[in-house]
Write a protein that binds this ligand. Structure first.
Ligand SMILES: NC(=O)C1=CN([C@@H]2O[C@H](COP(=O)(O)OP(=O)(O)OC[C@H]3O[C@@H](n4cnc5c(N)ncnc54)[C@H](O)[C@@H]3O)[C@@H](O)[C@H]2O)C=CC1
Ligand SMILES: O=C(O)C(=O)COP(=O)(O)O
Length: 529
C-alpha cells in the first residue's frame, strides 16, 4: 500500500516534517501555500492529510476539491478557519491540539495587559526617537485592580492564575464555568453585565461563535467603567472594531491590546492609529515552546490516524486511542457489516436505528461503533459516507439513533444487535466477534444462525418445507453459480426459515427471478459486502 501523503500549508515548526516521515507518512512542506487559495484548491486533491495554522482558510471550496482528504490537523486551538460541517459531510476528520499553546497565549494576554497599563510600545518608540518624554507616559498599577475574564476555559484559567499571582482580583463570566471550578481557581463567577460594571481590565478567551461575535459591542462598552482597558488575544470578531475605535478616541476605553482582527492578515484596520492601542499580528501562540508543542502533537495525531486509525482530539468524531484501535477494529467491521446487512434489506422510510451492545463490547468505545454501524447502514443509500459523516447524515435524514449497553445475559460473551424501525416493520440483525477476530452473524429477525459474511451473498426467506435446499442448490448449479457456503436457520419446524448463501459469482436479475419462483420462497435479495 502506498504511504499516506500530508500537505503542510502553514508555518509549522519543521519538527512536524520529521515526525510525519518517522511515522511512515510522506509530507510536502509548503508553508506559504495556505495563503494562496487557488493554489491550495489545485493541490489539495493529492493529499490524505492537511496540517494548518490560522493562515490557511479551509473553505467549502477547498473541501470540495479535497477528494482524498481524510484529516485536517490544526496545529493550535481555534478552528474557525475550517468549514467543519463541510468537512464532516465529506467524512474528513478535523482535529486540533487543545493545550499545546494555552500557556503561551495566556502569557501574551498578560504581556498585553502590562503593555496597556504602562504604554510600553509608545514609550519605546518615543525614547528611541530621542524624545525622553518621561512625564507623558504615566501608567497605572495592576495590583489590586479587578480583571474580568470572559471565557474561563484552558487559556482563561491560566490567565486567572497568573493574575491572582500578580495580586489582582479576578471575576469571570463563562456559562460553562461551575461554581466549584471557580472556587478552585480563586475567581468570582459573575454575569456579563456585572463583569462590565466591575472590571478595570477585561480580557477575552472564548472561541468565536454566533453567541460570542461582537460580545464587546458599543452597548457593552457603554456598561463598562470609564478608563477600562481591554485585551483580545482570542479572536477578531469578538470585538466590534469600530465601536472600540470610537471608545478609544473618546477616552471611555483607556487602552486596548489587540492580537487578533476581524480580517487577517490585518494590513489595514480601523483600530490602527487609535490612541493607546497596542497591536500584534496574531502572535498569541508564537513562542518556540508552543510551536514545538503543537507541531509535534498535530503530526503525531495525524500520523496515528492515517496509519492506525487512532483518533485523538477530533472535533467531529469520537476519540479512538492507539491502544484500543486494534481491539476495536474487528467490532468496527462487525458493526459496519450489521449496518450494511440491514441497510441493503431496508427499502422504506427509516424512522429509527437501535443499536444494542451486550457483554464486553458494551465497555468499548460504543460511540465509534455506532458511527461504524450507521456508516454500513447508510452506504447502500449514500455514495460516500464514513464514520465521520454518518451520524450527521443520519440526523439530516431524520433517522433517530438509539444506543443501549448492558452486561452479558445470554449465551454469547458479547454481541451487537442492530434494529431498524421503518414505517412498515422492525428488522433486527445481531452478530459477534469470535476469538479468531472474524465477525459472525448470530441472529436475523430473531432466528438464530451462525454465518460469516462474504463478498457476494443471497439472503433468502422461505417457508420451512422439505425440498427447498435441494431446489436452490440445483438451480444455482445449473446456472454455473458455485456455492461457497450456505447457512440456515428457522424459528420452529415448519415455520419461517432464512438461508444465507455465499456465492462465487454475481447473480443475474433473471436468475433472481427464478429463485423467487421456487416453491415456498418468500423473498430473495442479493447482498454485497
Ligand atoms: N491569539 C492566539 O494566537 C490564540 C488564540 N486562541 C483562541 O483562544 C480562545 C480560547 O481558547 P481555549 O481557552 O483553549 O478554549 P477553551 O475551549 O478551553 O475555553 C473557551 C471557554 O469559552 C467559554 N465560552 C463559550 N461560549 C461563551 C460565551 N458565550 N460567553 C462566555 N464564555 C464562553 C467556554 O465555556 C470555555 O470555557 C479560542 O478562540 C482560541 O482560538 C488560542 C490560542 C492562540
Ligand atoms: O491556536 C489558535 O487558536 C491560534 O489562534 C494560534 O494561531 P496561529 O497558529 O499562530 O496562526
Amino acid at each position: 500500500m502506498s504511504k499516506p501523503r500530508v500537505l503542510i500549508s502553514d508555518a509549522l515548526s519543521e519538527t512536524a516534517v520529521a515526525i510525519f516521515r518517522d511515522r511512515g507518512v510522506e509530507v510536502d512542506f509548503q508553508p506559504a501555500l495556505g495563503k494562496d487559495k487557488d493554489a491550495l484548491i489545485a493541490a489539495i486533491g493529492e493529499y490524505d492529510g492537511l496540517a494548518i495554522r490560522s493562515a490557511t482558510k479551509v473553505t467549502d471550496k477547498v473541501i470540495a476539491a479535497a477528494n482524498k482528504l481524510r484529516v485536517i490537523g490544526r496545529a493550535g486551538i481555534g478552528v474557525d478557519n475550517v468549514d467543519i460541517p463541510a468537512a464532516t459531510a465529506k467524512g474528513i476528520i478535523v482535529m486540533n491540539t487543545p493545550f499545546g499553546n494555552s500557556i503561551t497565549t495566556a502569557e501574551h494576554a498578560i504581556a498585553m495587559m502590562f503593555a496597556c497599563a504602562r504604554q510600553i510600545p509608545k514609550a519605546d518608540a518615543s525614547t528611541q526617537a530621542g524624545k525622553w518624554e518621561k512625564s507623558k507616559f504615566m501608567g497605572v498599577e495592576i495590583t489590586g485592580k479587578t480583571l474580568g475574564i470572559i471565557g474561563c476555559g484552558n487559556i482563561g484559567s491560566v490567565v486567572a492564575r497568573r493574575a491572582l499571582g500578580l495580586s489582582m482580583r479576578v471575576v469571570a463570566y463563562d456559562p460553562f464555568l461551575s461554581e466549584d471550578r471557580a472556587a478552585d481557581l480563586g475567581v468570582e463567577k459573575v454575569e456579563l453585565d456585572e463583569l462590565f460594571r466591575r472590571a478595570d481590565f477585561i480580557t477575552l478567551h472564548t472561541p468565536l461563535t454566533d453567541r460570542t461575535r461582537n460580545i464587546i459591542s458599543a452597548d457593552a462598552i457603554a456598561k463598562m467603567r470609564d478608563g477600562v482597558r481591554i485585551i483580545n488575544c482570542a479572536r477578531g470578531g469578538l470585538i466590534d472594531e469600530q465601536a472600540l475605535r470610537d471608545a478609544l478616541d473618546s477616552g471611555k476605553v483607556a487602552a486596548a491590546g489587540v492580537d487578533v482582527f476581524v480580517q487577517e492578515p490585518a494590513k489595514e484596520n480601523v483600530l490602527f492609529g487609535a490612541p493607546n492601542v497596542v497591536c500584534t499580528p496574531h502572535l498569541g501562540a508564537s513562542t518556540m515552546e508552543a510551536q514545538e508543542n503543537v507541531a509535534l502533537q498535530v503530526a503525531e495525531q495525524m500520523a496515528d490516524y492515517l496509519t492506525t486509525g487512532a483518533v485523538t482530539n477530533a472535533l467531529n468524531m469520537p476519540s479512538i486511542s492507539a491502544e484500543e484501535a486494534p481491539r476495536l477494529t474487528p467490532f468496527v467491521k462487525l458493526a459496519e457489516q450489521l449496518g450494511s446487512f440491514a441497510g441493503q434489506l431496508t427499502e422504506t422510510g427509516v424512522r429509527r436505528v437501535r443499536i444494542e451492545y451486550e457483554g464486553t463490547v458494551a465497555e468499548m468505545n460504543t460511540k465509534a461503533l455506532t458511527s461504524a454501524a450507521l456508516t454500513g447502514f447508510l452506504q447502500p443509500l449514500l455514495q460516500s459516507v464514513n464514520m465521520v459523516s454518518a451520524p450527521a447524515a443520519a440526523k439530516e435524514r431524520g433517522i433517530q439513533v438509539e444506543e443501549t449497553r448492558r452486561e452479558q445475559h445470554g449465551a454469547y460473551e458479547t454481541y451487537i444487535r442492530l434494529t431498524v424501525v421503518t414505517d412498515k416493520q422492525e428488522r433486527s440483525v445481531a452478530g459477534t466477534v469470535f476469538a479468531d477476530g472474524k465477525p459472525r452473524i448470530i441472529q436475523i429477525k430473531g432466528i438464530n444462525m451462525e454465518a460469516e459474511l462474504s463478498e457476494l451473498m443471497l439472503y433468502i426467506t422461505n417457508n420451512d418445507k422439505p425440498g427447498f435446499i435441494g431446489r436452490i442448490g440445483t438451480l444455482l448449479g445449473e446456472n454455473g453459480i458455485n456455492i461457497a457456503r450456505m447457512q440456515f436457520g428457522r424459528d420452529f419446524e415448519g415455520g419461517n426459515a432464512i438461508a444465507l448463501v455465499s456465492v462465487d459469482h454475481k447473480i443475474s436479475p433473471e436468475l433472481m427471478e427464478a429463485i423467487n419462483r421456487i416453491e415456498n420462497v418468500q423473498q430473495v435479495k442479493p447482498l454485497v459486502f
